[in-house]
Design a binder for this molecule. Structure first.
Ligand code: ATP
Ligand code: MG
Length: 340
């Protein structure tokens, strides 16, 4: 299938839980802008979810539906963006295998995100699928020849890995694949409510996009702040306060005023938190309204995924045909035609 856009965007999320504010600033906001200008593909990464959730695969369906709703609520427009399910495009798995032939285990072991995620999850044994997930991401990105990938900072080493795979493939066989660029959001890594370096679905330190107004207030109320500040009159240190990073991310226009109030001991944590919870609720309110409309008709989300997956699959088949031809494996095509 041809497209008239100059650039093609691919990005996605693991179906491991609800989307949160970190996704919004790290990637979703860019996706919403980019879908206006570029041919945008958004992948529900249910196979990649298995790399860490293979013991509880039954939960994946619920997360998949939840994230599809999150996309629609946040403002991904199914008329503009192609939303699809990774496991229903088997060509991605095929490409992963082909690429894995020329990716070294050492390059994966040295990937800083793979290393830190394995440490956070306490993996003393490294699973083959987990170690190789950047290779499967390369397949996600290249099957549709994406040129731009809006992601959070943690994903940058993976895009670099994809670029290497593309160069190697093109050099070994024929110039079929396209090197993508990472597009990192305004806030490359939003910290968690617990002060941990990254708000994350799997760490229970997130404000999800479907949170109610009360839930936002409650979560902000218990969020970690500057540990040195005990009384309101103590001078605070916004530069080490996780809640202040939320002001910078979601209320940039008033963050200087908040920093001054905090440093001088005139604005306490209670007022600072009240303000940011209010601002986050303003951001989430239109999402809540859109969600109600989509939730009233759940079949609509299914239809969107079916149409998106069909389109992704057509493109994947075409890329696979080119890949096989480049590798001299196109005899498989004759077999497929004979069988059909
Ligand atoms: P998990 O903990 O299950 O890995 P996650 O919260 O890391 O979930 P992913 O599905 O792995 O979410 O990531 C989806 C996209 O969102 C990626 O581009 C990632 O970089 C971005 N992202 C996730 N968390 C943040 C964050 N806290 N700040 C900025 N970007 C983020
Ligand atoms: Mg992740």
């Amino acid at each position: 299938m041809q497209s008239n856009y100059e650039e093609r965007v691919l990005t996605g999320d693991r179906t491991t839980g609800k989307l949160h504010l970190g996704h919004y600033v790290g990637s979703l906001k860019n996706r919403i802008d980019m879908q206006q200008k570029y041919d945008t593909f958004i992948l529900l990464a249910d196979v990649q979810a298995l790399t860490t959730h293979f013991e509880s695969p039954k939960e994946i369906e619920q997360h998949l539906r939840q994230i599809a709703m999150d996309y629609l609520a946040v403002g991904i427009d199914p008329e503009k963006a192609t939303i699809f399910v990774q496991s229903l495009v088997p060509e991605i798995a095929e490409l992963t295998i082909f690429y894995s032939m020329f990716v070294t285990v050492n390059s994966l072991r040295h990937n800083p995100t793979v290393k830190s995620e394995a440490a956070e999850r306490g993996y003393d044994q490294m699973y083959y699928g987990f170690l190789g997930y950047p290779v499967s991401q390369a397949a996600d990105i290249t099957f549709c020849k994406a040129t731009l990938v809006p992601v959070g900072e943690d994903q940058v080493p993976h895009i670099e890995q994809t670029r290497k795979i593309v160069r190697r493939f093109n050099e070994l066989y024929a110039p079929v694949l396209i090197e993508p660029k990472a597009v990192v959001g305004e806030v490359p890594r939003l910290v968690g409510l617990d002060g941990k370096s990254k708000m994350s679905k799997s760490m229970g330190n997130a404000i999800t996009l479907d949170a109610s107004a009360q839930e936002v207030r409650d979560k902000i109320q218990v969020a970690v702040t500057d540990p040195a500040r005990i009384r309101k009159s103590d001078p605070g240190h916004p530069e080490v306060c996780p809640v202040f990073t939320y002001h910078q991310a979601f209320a940039a226009g008033t963050s200087d005023e908040v920093a001054t109030g905090c440093r001088s001991g005139t604005m306490g944590c209670v007022e600072c938190k009240r303000r940011i919870a209010g601002r986050i609720n303003e951001l989430l309110e239109p999402m809540r309204e859109r969600r109600v409309a989509y939730e009233a008709n759940p079949r609509m989300a299914d239809e969107i995924l079916i149409a998106g997956t069909k389109r992704a699959r057509e493109i994947a088949k075409e890329t696979m045909r080119e890949v096989r031809e480049a590798m001299g494996l196109n005899y498989r095509l004759d077999y497929d035609e004979a069988r059909d």
